[in-house]
Design a protein around this ligand. Sequence first.
Ligand SMILES: Nc1ncnc2c1ncn2[C@@H]1O[C@H](COP(=O)(O)OP(=O)(O)OP(=O)(O)O)[C@@H](O)[C@H]1O
Length: 319
Amino acid sequence: MELIVETHNLTQRFGTHLALNQVNLSIPKGAVYGFIGPNGAGKTTTMRILTTLLQPTAGEAFVNGISVRQDPDAVRKMIGFMPDYFGVYESMRVWEYLDFFAHIYGIKQPRRTSLIQELLQLVDLTEKHDSYVMNLSRGMKQRLSLARTMAHDPSLLILDEPASGLDPRARIELRELLRELSRMGKTIMVSSHILSELAEMCSHIGIIERGTLLASGPVEQIMQDLRPHKLIEVQVLERAMPALQMLKQLPTINDVHLANELADDQAGGKLAINFSGTAEESSAILSNLISQGFRVNHFAERQSDLEEVFLHVTQGVVA
Ligand SMILES: Nc1ncnc2c1ncn2[C@@H]1O[C@H](COP(=O)(O)OP(=O)(O)OP(=O)(O)O)[C@@H](O)[C@H]1O
């Protein structure tokens, strides 16, 4: 597994306050890495170090194997950073805003003009080419800001709380955009203090609290490690009671109960399975039901699981 971000005992002090405490991050190339923690956990501080805006007190951070301390210029070329504030560009037109940043990145004409068209198309703002930034919605501003971070074609995007303050539609649009960027081969590190904002779009997550990295890795693995007990919901079209009896016999199941009242023994219904096995074992439960003639029309792990992992790991303490 090739890593694009690696930190070794990364530590940051502000006076006597320990904002990061020996953080060891590993982000594989191509990952969508959700960096999650409550307010004040140290997310922005980590991102500022990775983007070379802040020198760490101790420890090391590498991007594509290059040290942020030793060669910050090379690191900057590989990173697109979207901070959690937009900045004061309200009286610029959309194209001027992108032109300004592309110019700073050293992109010459006529390439700059075509690049602006490409970036606007990517973030679905082509029609806003001549609009003033101040007239854009918050979601549009976020997408424009994201377009800006892409101007020099970086391989790593670091996005600080991009979904904060967005309405549900804008959030979905942002999620789609991040998926598209991921398909284009970008590695994305994205922070939030709300896990559900990130849960569906991340391949990996890191959970940080009070400067300490509590867990980090592929989403599935974190779920497996931190919340061995899962809840599987099953719905059968009929014979819920016999299905319950059958499931009780399976050795991989800790407990199973009916999740709704049944009209009679032959009625269909919902079952809730408490289970701590692997994905293969959960698939075997489904095979068992089907091979014994039960007609299953729903079989799923409960969606709130990741949220529970987060609550379980963090204590919700604000530093
Ligand atoms: N320049 C600074 N000087 C002093 N303290 C700082 C500075 N920057 C951050 N801190 C402190 O370090 C801790 C971590 O802050 P950081 O901004 O990294 O948290 P965060 O996880 O990004 O939180 P949020 O979700 O609120 O943005 C906080 O206690 C914060 O007050």
